[in-house]
Design a protein around this ligand. Sequence first.
Ligand code: COA
Length: 323
Amino acid sequence: MTHNLITGTGSALPATRVANDDLASRLDTSDSWIRERTGIRARRIADPATTTADLATEAAARALEAAGLEAGAIDLVVLATATPDLTFPATAARVQARLGITRGAAFDIAAVCSGFIYALAVADSLLKAGQGSRALVIGAETFSRLLDWDDRATAVLFGDGAGAVVLETRAAVPGETPRGILASRLHADGRHEGLLYVDGGPGTTGTVGKLRMAGRDVFRHAVHNLTSVVDEILAEAQLGVEAIDWIIPHQANLRIIEATAKKLGFPMAKVIVTVDEHANTSAASVPLALDVAVRDGRIRPGQLCLLEAMGGGFTWGALLLRM
Ligand code: COA
């Protein structure tokens, strides 16, 4: 019996921090409105020369360093993004090349804010299927490029960044509690496209397009879907919510995070929150939050962690792992 264990985490943020007051100077909004409705205080915004691959490569290099591995040991690069550098090749292939990896597989996953959960589940499955024994799994975005900076209802919510993990196959040690990814559940329901989408693309307008969202409807679906997928994965694992040491949720909005925790009966003291400083970084948000909490010593080896996210599509999912 083998499991795929996270052996290193890393992240990268653009240097420029944009506080709510900076946005209020050019949009009809205020720091208090944004903080009360979302919990967001600031976000990082990439300069025009920085791409998703730049942030992803930096995060991946840090994860490799934390795992004590050379890039050449990696068999698989899976990168979740909604903001690829180019239509093709995949941003994962660019990252692979920059890290000096010349073998194995590399591809992108498009599941928007659920992208990292999808990527981790897919990488776990591929390693189990024999594609290799070490994967780099990355969530990276320059989401600021998709924002309509005249739309106060969406422009204030998002930011740029990247997070990465190294996943390595380990044989279970008889008599020891298994560590690594224990279960994952992925969902999609394409009927809700109109509630959260980008109004462009190579196959339609020939432009990149801008993000459009019916915020109130997305909020409602998010709390419902996240609670139900967490219930589903816990039932599958035959665990109660009290067995979980940490929930690392998608960082879209503090009110969504709190409402989901309340419905689950889970204490906020054991929920990792970075939305205040990062805002919603889409596919990067879960690995960014994970890296912050691993590096500040809250998340420790042996602890049971639950990752969950919901995003455009709709897509949503959860993943249970022991660090
Ligand atoms: N500053 C000030 N006022 C704003 C504003 C802003 N940045 N954005 C919207 N408003 C206004 C609206 O125009 C509206 O004004 P009106 O009543 O005069 O029409 C009012 O605030 C209420 O808007 P509403 O959209 O109903 O607010 P809300 O309480 O639902 O909060 C969100 C809006 C976007 C914060 C909230 O719906 C949300 O977080 N949704 C989920 C979004 C999300 O996380 N999506 C990504 C999931 S992956």
